[in-house]
Design a binder for this molecule. Structure first.
Ligand code: ARG
Length: 281
């Protein structure tokens, strides 16, 4: 059914393209002359967040800043809804989405991704008082507990692989949990607040942000089992070969010369000075 829908949507997109009803067709890079327009969604752990000084920080953002400089472009970063990132690059409002985005089969059909720059996984956040996962160390053990829950809701950020994991997603290869009611939120942080208010049982979110949230919010814990195997990459409009190849070369370079590791160390080990950027609306 999901497959059929994807095919239908792709077909409709193709038809509207032909008749010029949408902004598709010609790929322009950069979308705005002299600027690299990046769309992201905060807060997402160490990948992107707004600092106390109101500037935007994070691993994705620092990569964006270095890449823009290398391209001789001025960096413009916009903080928008997660699911709007995809339409934004598709309709030429932004060049690239940099937001801890996982490569999935269905997304790859509609948008282009760079090479992966980071491995990731979903994890489950529950209340500190929850003993259901005590001693559970494998995906199978965790999923057995999840599969036996009754009348429980689990939260996730709208449009994310966390939602696909809970609700099921054929292309992503997840059967989902028919016994669990998935509940979407604007951010994983709001989902966790709702869990603390007693409205949902748990929250599924990427492991990096899960750790950040758990470090900042009392009374919650992360179940220490990687539930999925994901690859992060940057996303752009299909056919934007110029940007895709420039970014792939850049990723290989910063991975190879230690720059990427140094950026990660700033955020995960607190080593070195973080660089913040102004956020545009
Ligand atoms: N990796 C997940 C996905 O691609 C979640 C990404 C959410 N990113 C964010 N900046 N809020 O669906």
């Amino acid at each position: 059914m999901k497959k059929l829908l994807t095919i239908l949507v792709t077909a409709i997109l193709a038809v509207t393209c032909v008749f010029g009803l949408t902004a598709c067709g010609e790929v322009k890079y950069p979308v705005e002359d002299g600027k690299l327009t990046v769309v992201t969604n905060c807060p997402f752990g160490n990948y992107e967040y707004i600092g106390e000084d109101g500037k935007i920080y994070g691993i994705d953002i620092e990569i964006a800043g270095l890449f823009a400089a290398e391209q001789g472009l001025e960096l413009v970063v916009k903080n928008i809804d997660f699911d709007a990132i995809f339409t934004s690059v598709d309709t030429g409002k932004a060049d690239v989405g940099m937001a801890g985005i996982t490569i999935t089969e269905s997304r790859s059909q509609v948008y282009d991704f760079t090479d992966t720059y980071c491995k990731a996984s979903q994890k489950l956040i529950v209340l500190e008082s929850n003993a259901d996962f005590n001693g559970k160390t494998t995906v199978q053990e965790v999923e057995t507990v999840l599969g036996a829950l009754t009348d429980k809701k689990i939260g996730y950020q709208i449009g994310t692989t966390g939602g696909m994991y809970i609700n099921g997603d054929e292309d992503f290869g997840f059967a989902g949990f028919s016994n669990i009611e998935g509940k979407g939120y604007d951010t994983a942080v709001t989902a966790v607040q709702d869990m603390k208010n007693g409205n949902i049982y748990g929250v599924v979110v990427d492991e990096g942000p899960a750790a950040t949230i758990a470090a900042n919010v009392d009374g919650i814990k992360v179940v220490d089992v990687k539930l999925t195997d994901e690859d992060y990459a940057f996303v752009m409009k299909k056919g934007n070969e110029k940007l895709q190849s420039a970014l792939n070369t850049f990723i290989a370079k910063i991975k190879g010369d230690g720059t990427y590791a140094a950026i990660e160390a700033k955020y995960y080990q607190g080593v070195g000075e973080k660089v913040g950027y102004t956020v545009s609306i």
